[in-house]
Design a protein around this ligand. Structure first.
Ligand SMILES: [Zn+2]
Ligand SMILES: [Zn+2]
Length: 130
């Protein structure tokens, strides 16, 4: 693994957020001023393919990168916000229903985050009193 790949892996693994390539680039620049955006993209794709990190794709938002540590995600349908959620390991349950040998699974649960829920309520309230 190259020095850049190592640094990027460290950034992803140490972050509590779900960083986009751009955010990772900005963090990398703090310690490695010469880093280029293309390097970040290349290394992210390498790390993802080799199974060092995971990628979370949500329609309409840039891909975000995350640690391989087992956890699932809640995804706000309105604003795309991601939150970690710890569920029981579903491998066995799913494997029983899948005819091929399962390699991994990736679960995204859609919901409305608190802020979006509030916004919704406010809209309904203001509508009521018109
Ligand atoms: Zn939201
Ligand atoms: Zn996560």
């Amino acid at each position: 693994m190259t020095k850049n790949a190592e640094q990027i892996l460290e950034i992803v693994n140490n972050s509590q957020e779900h960083l986009s390539a751009e955010q990772i680039y900005l963090r990398l620049k703090e310690t490695n001023r010469g880093a280029a955006m293309a390097t970040v993209y290349n290394n992210l794709s390498y790390l993802y393919k080799e199974g060092f990190i995971r990628k979370i794709s949500v329609e309409g938002y840039p891909d975000r990168y995350d640690t391989m540590k087992r956890h699932e995600h809640l995804v706000c349908r309105r604003c795309g916000k991601l939150s970690d959620i710890q569920l029981d390991d579903l491998t066995e349950v799913l494997q029983k229903q899948v005819s091929v040998e399962m390699f991994s699974y990736d679960l995204k649960i859609g919901y409305l985050c608190e802020e979006c829920m509030k916004e919704d309520c406010m809209k309904i309230e203001s509508f009521k009193y018109k």
